[in-house]
Write a protein that binds this ligand. Structure first.
Ligand SMILES: [Zn+2]
Length: 112
């Protein structure tokens, strides 16, 4: 295991076409560089997925930003990108549970 707390649950993906198993991550939202539109495209290019809805659990808004987040209670100190709506992304310092994948800002690590 990677050391971070994650659990797995069955969810319907954003297009409601397939059922898939994805990881849930406990993250802390941090202030990123102000190129959010590019960061969400960065995430889509790295994952090959559509960002779809905000990845914060329980939020049903459309994803607009590529949020900069850190894992909570983890030895992994990398900064990751995950799609969020603008309202969630503006809550700097807030902790959320989000659905993966997470893409590290250097593009070298993708957590499922
Ligand atoms: Zn949201």
């Amino acid at each position: 295991m990677l050391g971070h707390k994650s659990s797995y649950r069955l969810i319907v993906n954003h297009n409601f076409k397939i059922l898939t198993t994805m990881a849930i991550y406990h993250i802390k939202n941090r202030r990123g560089e102000h190129r959010e539109d590019n960061w969400i495209r960065f995430w889509e290019e790295k994952t090959g997925l559509d960002a779809g809805q905000c990845h914060v659990l329980g939020c049903m808004k459309d994803a607009e930003d590529g949020a900069h987040v850190n894992l909570v209670d983890s030895d992994d100190k990398k900064t990751y990108i995950v799609p969020m709506c603008h309202q969630c992304n503006c809550q700097f310092g807030q902790e959320f549970h989000v659905v993966g994948p997470l893409v590290s800002v250097d593009g070298n690590t993708i957590l499922p």
